[in-house]
Design a protein around this ligand. Structure first.
Ligand SMILES: Nc1ncnc2c1ncn2[C@@H]1O[C@H](COP(=O)(O)OP(=O)(O)OP(=O)(O)O)[C@@H](O)[C@H]1O
Ligand SMILES: [Mg+2]
Length: 261
């Protein structure tokens, strides 16, 4: 399939924003407890919408996160969804399903191996990040020769099934749909997919192609998470001017009270 062509200046900006170019400290500015008031509120709204979308399912909910292109904010979104669910006392597992270019371990300061690719070897692969209170993490592990095959394996299905007995939510960070087929193959592991779209970066054509491919793989699309939205930032700035202090202090109490797993 042909890659969507992006204007050069958009590609350059996007390249600057790629996570591997920045330090883990810099990357942590945008996740978990370091989120701004506006961003934290946006992720909580996403959490609420996800709870409604999957309300009919009583047991563990497995949510995939993908996008059309690279660098749209999938890993950041995965981490923050995991964090906001954990804040409500849910037992949450975050898995790095991007077995080709994993970033979760580095961003959360946990070991990069063992991980998903070592699942079958019977290793103890669950980790906790000191940075992300209440969230268990499974890193990608050693990069396997064929990541798509591993994600599509029967053992993978069984592993997710076993983990579903222990957690309320499993968040699976996946690669972009128009680049590799991994996210499509992982569709059978999840209850639904969030599609991350970076504003002023991803073209409609690429989003349409992503949706088409996901539907073709029988994947339930739960919704779209728009990243890099300037409009939202502006609206929240005014809102925060009036109510910010009040809500920020309430937010701090809520975080302290959030039960650890
Ligand atoms: N909601 C957001 N608003 C603005 N910038 C964001 C947002 N989410 C993520 N970013 C930034 O976008 C860059 C890419 O983020 P991230 O690594 O999460 O993307 P990705 O889709 O996982 O990338 P890849 O395809 O390489 O795995 C990072 O610099 C991150 O801080
Ligand atoms: Mg990523």
């Amino acid at each position: 399939m042909q890659q969507p062509v992006l204007p050069r200046e958009v590609r350059d900006v996007a390249k600057k924003m790629m996570i591997e170019d920045i330090s883990p400290e810099e990357a942590r500015k945008y996740i978990g407890p370091n989120l701004s008031f506006a961003a934290a509120e946006a992720y909580k709204r996403l959490r609420t919408n996800l709870s409604f979308s999957l309300a009919e399912k009583n047991r563990c909910k497995v949510i995939g996160v993908t996008s059309a292109l690279k660098g749209e904010g999938k890993s950041t979104t995965s981490i923050n969804i995991a964090y906001t669910f954990a804040q409500t006392g849910k037992r949450v597992l975050l898995m790095d399903g991007d077995l080709r270019l994993p970033t979760i371990a580095k961003r959360l300061g946990v070991h990069s191996r063992p991980g998903i690719s070592n699942l079958l070897a019977g290793n103890d692969i669950l980790q906790r990040s000191a940075f992300l209170d209440g969230v268990h993490v499974i890193a990608a592990g050693d990069i396997p020769p064929n990541p798509a095959e591993l994600l599509g394996s029967e053992q993978m299905v069984q592993s997710i099934e076993a983990l579903s007995q222990v957690f309320d939510y499993i968040i699976l960070d996946l690669p972009p749909v128009t680049v590799v087929s991994d996210a499509l193959i992982a569709s059978k592991l999840i209850d639904g997919m969030i599609v991350v779209c970076r504003q002023d970066y991803c073209e409609k054509k690429a989003i349409a192609e992503t949706v088409r491919q996901l539907k073709f793989s029988d994947c339930k699309i739960l919704g779209f998470a728009v990243t890099g939205s300037q409009i939202q930032k502006k609206n929240y700035r005014n809102y925060k001017k009036d109510y910010g202090d009040y809500y920020e202090s309430g937010e701090k109490i809520a975080r302290q009270d959030a039960p650890a797993l």
